[in-house]
Design a binder for this molecule. Structure first.
Ligand code: SAM
Length: 265
């Protein structure tokens, strides 16, 4: 997969893209990530990329010309043919559609994504209307720039590229991954896919840490019992922390039963 990031702060990405899974995916040739300085597409000696807003108001707005020229220089497919070419040009924006695990899965299936990072009061609206094919927000809050959002998207998407994570089954069994997105049959029988809910709790050694124990069932060796405990714990945690996820989730008869069962951990 090829990922291009257009930004006025290219150095911002030195840290986030140079560690862990992203670094390994880059080194293995699974993801080619390139950072492009928007100011290289400015035409005056001050490298101006912003201007005052039409209609008045606070702050400055990123101008359309350097952004359009930067994307044209990348030889991305025209907007109409982009989906067929397995490409997407994304504008990071607080006003965009919410980026979530299912959008991450969709982007991970593409051959190329380009991320445009806004700054100041935002980006000239014509970029979203005529150049980008989608606007994405990483959450309901306002960041000072699109760079953190782009780093979040690159991280989520890269780890979903087949081969990026050592054990691919682990990306199938995480929070927010629906049953249809997860490849069935992956992982041992004691694990379970979240089915769009939160992941189940994880524990490791020591079994007794400062008097804080680990649920006994996890050491029982009974895979079916462990799977059932994990599923119930995931359901309970989702109910506690993210009840909104339960509204969209498909419940099995077993789920309903598990929620009613006493805790034997
Ligand atoms: N005036 C804009 C608004 O109220 O929606 C906020 C502009 S923000 C200060 C500057 C840039 O940060 C945006 O153009 C966008 O690229 C990025 N940004 C801010 N919040 C974001 C979010 N939640 N998700 C993705 N990008 C965001």
């Amino acid at each position: 997969m090829k990922i291009d990031i257009v930004t006025i702060f290219p150095d911002f990405f030195r840290g986030p893209l140079d560690h862990g899974i992203i670094r390994r995916a880059r080194e293995a040739g699974l993801a080619a990530i390139e950072i492009h300085d928007l100011r290289a597409f400015a035409h005056d000696r001050h490298k101006t990329v912003d201007d005052r807003p039409f209609g008045g108001g606070e702050g400055m707005v990123l101008k359309p010309e350097p952004i359009f020229e930067s994307i044209e220089a990348l030889n991305v497919e025209a907007r109409e043919g982009r989906a067929a070419a397995s490409q997407s040009v994304v504008l990071l924006s607080a006003q965009g559609k919410r980026f979530d695990q299912s959008v991450a899965n969709e982007l991970a299936g593409l051959e190329r994504i380009v991320l445009i990072c806004g700054r100041y009061e935002g980006v000239d609206e014509r970029v979203g209307q005529y150049l980008a094919d989608r606007e994405l927000s990483i959450g309901d809050y306002v960041l000072s720039g699109g760079e953190l959002g782009a780093a979040v998207i690159v991280d989520c998407v890269t780890r979903l590229i087949p081969g990026a994570v050592g054990n691919q089954a682990s990306t199938q069994q995480e929070s927010f991954t629906t049953f249809s997105e997860a490849q069935t049959g992956s992982g041992p029988s004691s694990t379970c896919t979240s089915g769009g809910l939160l992941d189940y709790p994880h524990y490791t050694r020591p079994a007794d840490f400062r008097g804080m124990g680990v649920p006994e069932v996890l050491a029982s060796g009974n895979h079916e019992e462990i799977r059932r405990w994990r599923r119930r714990a995931a359901l309970e945690k989702t109910l506690r922390n993210r009840p909104d996820l339960l509204e969209r989730a498909a419940f099995s008869d077993e789920d309903r039963k598990l929620l009613g069962e006493p805790d034997r951990g």
